[in-house]
Design a protein around this ligand. Structure first.
Ligand code: S3P
Length: 171
């Protein structure tokens, strides 16, 4: 397989981190997460960065992290759900690898995120309303990915196999 990076994009709760972890095991690629890199860099959790510095600051750090990870080769990157909002981020990712959008319905997303509190944008009274609204707005940005894979009611293995087949077809 070519030494290209694999970038998983999609809404919070779409399964990016789970799929990225499994794929990195199967392919032997290094696994990186933009959120984890931001937390390391800032020395605080994402919720605290949003609370103390605000979302604009978070997006600035996120963009710097995208720039630095896209210098690497043969890595699988679990991208934060808002990365696609900046057009320069998408073009940076596409230059160095394959961008895969893991899609899911608002219902699947809600069932996967409802018991977690580490996502500031969803720590609200009515997370389902925010999911429907934000997903609708972001859909066109996510769809700029090279490939779209639906994850509703599908096993991790099944989604990984589809990604591996995509990689093979790009050899
Ligand atoms: C965000 C998604 C989160 C994280 C931050 C903002 C978003 O990452 O980057 O809370 O704007 O969609 P995950 O998609 O990994 O949850």
């Amino acid at each position: 397989m070519k030494k290209r990076n694999i970038y998983l994009v999609g809404f919070m709760g779409a399964g990016k981190s789970t799929i990225a972890k499994e794929l990195s095991k199967q392919l032997g690629y290094e696994l990186l997460s933009t959120d984890a890199l931001i937390v390391d860099r800032e020395g605080k959790e994402i919720t605290d960065i949003f609370k103390d510095e605000g979302e604009i600051y978070f997006r600035k750090v996120e963009k710097e992290v995208v720039n630095s990870v896209s210098q690497k080769t043969k890595v699988i990157i679990d991208c934060g759900g808002g990365i696609v909002l900046d057009p320069e981020n998408i073009s940076n990712l596409k230059k160095r690898g394959i961008v895969i959008y893991l899609s899911a319905t608002p219902e699947s997303i809600f069932s996967r995120v409802k018991d977690h509190t580490h996502r500031p944008l969803l720590n609200v009274d009515d997370p389902m309303r925010v999911i429907i609204d934000l997903l609708g707005k972001r859909q066109p940005f996510y769809e700029q990915a090279n490939y779209i894979i639906n994850t509703d009611n599908r096993s991790i293995q099944d989604v990984c196999l589809e990604i591996i087949n995509i990689l093979k077809s790009n050899e």
